[in-house]
Design a protein around this ligand. Structure first.
Ligand code: GAR
Length: 185
């Protein structure tokens, strides 16, 4: 069975979705790695006996030293693919040049790169919201797009309903992309 490592920073709804839909069925989630000791996803992974590694970025005095530890930890699991699911760190080429990774981003890239993409997309004049799954490169949210999906904003759309639609698309598209990529490897 192929191995993946998931990186996350927050609630971990994508992490949980991947574990529930794919873990020990289509692939093995070898580890879930977070940079935040209080991330909600930690308990979700542990509840499914997925090993969790916490690498608190505040304990490192440079971006490079954090990235070296992150790379070393990822490589210790020898994953076939690294999946970034709500991982909120800008990475240097120390990591991005040395791993095969995909990322899910809550906008129709190249629109709304970087942080607060959901809010920016919601408050914009764009008629649609959407999500992207893309290869990770050294350029933030700039790697080649693998797949995207979108929806038309409702007239009475609230930020909450917009966010829920984004999550629903992510929970469908990200596992599909992972399976497809692992099949091709
Ligand atoms: C997701 O919407 C993901 O696209 C976004 O963080 C959220 C994490 O939710 N990622 C980014 O904005 C990366 N730039 P989750 O923790 O519930 O999976």
């Amino acid at each position: 069975m192929k191995n993946i490592v998931i990186l996350f920073s927050g609630e971990g709804s994508n992490l949980l979705n991947i574990i529930e839909t794919l873990h020990l069925k289509e692939l093995q989630v070898a580890a879930a790695i977070t940079n935040r000791p209080n991330a909600g996803g930690i308990a979700k992974a542990k509840a499914h006996q997925v090993p969790v590694e916490i690498i608190d970025h505040t304990n490192f005095n440079s971006r490079e030293s954090f990235d070296e530890k992150l790379l070393q930890t990822i490589e210790s699991y020898a994953p076939d693919l690294v999946v970034m699911a709500g991982f909120m760190r800008i990475l240097t080429p120390i990591v991005t040049d040395n791993i095969n990774a995909i990322n899910v981003h809550p906008s129709l890239l190249p629109l709304f790169k970087g942080g607060k993409a959901i809010e920016k997309s919601f408050h914009s004049s764009e008629l649609k919201g959407g999500i992207s799954v893309h290869w990770v490169s050294s350029e933030l949210d700039g790697g080649e797009v693998i797949t995207q999906d979108s929806f038309v904003k409702a007239e009475d759309e609230s930020l909450e309903s917009f966010t829920q639609k984004i999550r629903n698309l992510e929970h469908k598209l990200l596992p599909e992309a992972i399976i497809q990529i692992l099949k091709e490897r």
